[in-house]
Design a protein around this ligand. Structure first.
Ligand code: NI
Length: 219
């Protein structure tokens, strides 16, 4: 996510991600100011430790349990822990954690930390990143937040599937929906173009199916 030449990244799963076409080195050429982690699974914490080693100035925003784990790994970056429902504001960026229902394990550590979704308010726009989650009633309340862009998982197996994501989109009523969390592993195969077609047919939102490296501009 880029605003005023500052980049914000969420769940940097780069190494070992067969859908990711850039390296950590290439990512670090961007002017990253903030890194948000939604939960502790390896495909979300990803390259966080390598990134913080290279860039100890990046602000990390994550659930408290993950912040504690990062500290135990020697991470000295500025960090902000948030509880579900909590928010943090700095200049024109506000980050709020909202409910996600998913497993809370932090890697293989045996530690548990509640996973989250996140609402990012930046430059007058609101972006909802659902994290990994089942379809949950809480999403019905998001319509009040007037979300411009939602990132919704559609892969099934670990999260809600495309049919449930359509229901989520009908509740959230964001202008744009980007499908995510699919086709990286064999058990989360999903048909993104059919999902996009259904979003349009039902007038739930404008779909934007992104390939790696592609972007959406919010105007
Ligand atoms: Ni997960």
């Amino acid at each position: 996510m880029v605003h005023n030449d500052q980049s914000l990244i969420i769940d940097p799963f780069i190494t070992g991600n067969r859908k990711c076409e850039i390296s950590v080195e290439q990512l670090l050429t961007k002017n990253i100011s903030t890194l948000i982690l939604t939960h502790g699974h390896y495909d979300h914490i990803g390259d966080t430790l390598a990134i913080t080693q290279e860039r100890p100035d990046i602000m990390i925003i994550a659930p408290f349990g993950i912040i504690k784990w990062l500290e135990s790994q020697g991470v000295k970056n500025p960090m902000q822990g948030l509880e579900l429902g909590g928010s943090r504001s700095q200049e024109d960026l506000e980050v709020k954690f909202v409910a996600a229902v998913h497993d809370g394990a932090i890697l293989e550590t045996g530690l548990i930390c509640a996973p989250t979704g996140v609402i990012i308010s930046i430059g007058g726009k609101k972006i909802y990143h659902a994290g990994d989650t089942a379809l949950i009633d809480d999403m019905q309340n998001l319509a009040e937040s007037h979300i411009d862009l939602s990132f919704l998982p559609i892969g099934g197996f670990y999260t809600m599937d495309a049919t449930e994501a359509l229901t989520a989109a009908s509740w959230i009523k964001s202008k744009i929906v980007v499908p995510m969390h699919y086709n990286t592993f064999p058990n989360i195969k999903a048909d993104d173009m059919e999902f996009a077609r259904q979003l349009m047919l039902n007038k739930y939102a404008t779909p934007k199916v992104l390939k790696p490296g592609q972007s959406v501009i919010l105007e």
